[in-house]
Design a protein around this ligand. Structure first.
Ligand SMILES: CC(C)(COP(=O)(O)OP(=O)(O)OC[C@H]1O[C@@H](n2cnc3c(N)ncnc32)[C@H](O)[C@@H]1OP(=O)(O)O)[C@@H](O)C(=O)NCCC(=O)NCCS
Length: 294
């Protein structure tokens, strides 16, 4: 069993292209998700790169996340997946002292919110390994030609200037502290926009207030999120304007649709942009106690 560092990123892309056709995981997606944050991460691989599993332990929550397991189609049903997951479990429960292991999820940095419900082999695989299902999560999508006007008195600006970034991250931190890490990464990627008032409404009247934000391509190219608007500026079209701005970015990047990742309020995206459910994911989990008694 090998442990791969980021110098193997291209090999991992080749493997995921083979094992997960249509996912189009980019080298940037994989590097950012697996090797660019401070939480402990491990990428196990079998010699020759026919199979790899990735796990990550988030903060001090004592939960490990299986972010990816992939075996080349020609090497399946030979126990490679089982061997990889044994190594992942040994790492998570033995080295990292995790209390449980979840498949997918692992915000802020994740590749899927769970196991795609159409990935029959993967569903069977995790069941065979004793993982218990734990709820579902959805993605939605809408066309990248979607546009919506910015409400009067507001302006959207890409997060580029230091002052805007500081004010924007403070806004996100105040209302949604759990989204600061993803927003910061979107700022680094140039894929975060903040909404500002055009009049001086700041606490000291010295600068415009931040009243909303929208990000995309944080973990996966073309995936929207996180986004949010100030409760005092809702129902005026600001959220929809942010959807339009993100769609504009993604159309320029050559994408025909916007994938809304791990959706919260379904109705908002359905009403604002005509989004429909595009993917469904099932969570799976295993506790250290359950593995110990297996
Ligand atoms: C899921 C996957 C990793 C399994 O890898 P694998 O090397 O074939 O798994 P193993 O040989 O270790 O299988 C272990 C057990 O899982 C179950 N299993 C695996 N694939 C199965 C399938 N297609 N149908 C039914 N059961 C299956 C079986 O119980 C199997 O034991 P058995 O062969 O003794 O009956 C592989 O199919 C894959 O790469 N799929 C695409 C990637 C994917 O969807 N990943 C999930 C995203 S995180």
């Amino acid at each position: 069993m090998e442990r791969w560092d980021r110098s193997h990123a291209a090999e991992l892309v080749s493997l995921t292209d083979l094992a997960l056709p249509g996912e189009n995981l980019t080298e940037d997606d994989l590097v950012a998700c697996l090797w660019e944050d401070d939480d402990p991460t491990v990428v196990f691989a079998l010699p020759g790169g026919v199979a790899a599993a990735v796990a990550r332990q988030v903060g001090d929550r004592r939960v490990g996340f299986v972010q990816l397991v992939a075996v080349a189609p020609s090497a399946r049903r030979q126990g490679h997946g089982r061997r990889l997951m044994a190594a992942v479990e040994e790492w998570a429960f033995g080295e990292q002292l995790a209390l449980s292991l979840q498949v997918g999820g692992g915000a802020p940095f994740y590749l899927w919110p769970g196991v795609d419900v159409h990935a029959t082999a993967a569903l069977c695989f995790f069941e065979a390994l004793g993982y218990a299902p734990s709820g579902s999560e959805l993605n939605m999508s809408f066309p990248s030609r979607h546009r919506a006007p910015v409400p009067p008195g507001l302006v959207l600006r890409r997060a580029l200037e230091e002052d805007d970034v500081v004010a924007g991250l403070a806004f996100v931190g105040r209302l949604w502290p759990r989204w600061v890490a993803e927003t910061r990464r979107a700022v680094e990627h140039g894929t975060c926009q903040f909404a500002f008032t055009t009049t001086d409404e700041g606490p000291g009247g010295e600068r415009p207030s931040v009243v909303g934000f929208g990000c995309h391509s944080v973990n996966r190219l073309g995936w929207l999120g996180p986004m949010g608007t100030d409760p005092e500026h809702r129902h005026a079209g600001l959220g929809n304007a942010l959807l339009g701005a993100i769609a504009t970015d993604l159309m320029a990047a050559g994408l025909e649709s916007v994938e809304v990742s791990w959706v919260g309020p379904l109705g908002f995206y359905a009403n604002a942009a005509g989004a429909t459910v595009s993917r469904a994911f099932r969570g799976y989990g295993l506790s250290r106690r359950a593995r110990g008694s297996a």
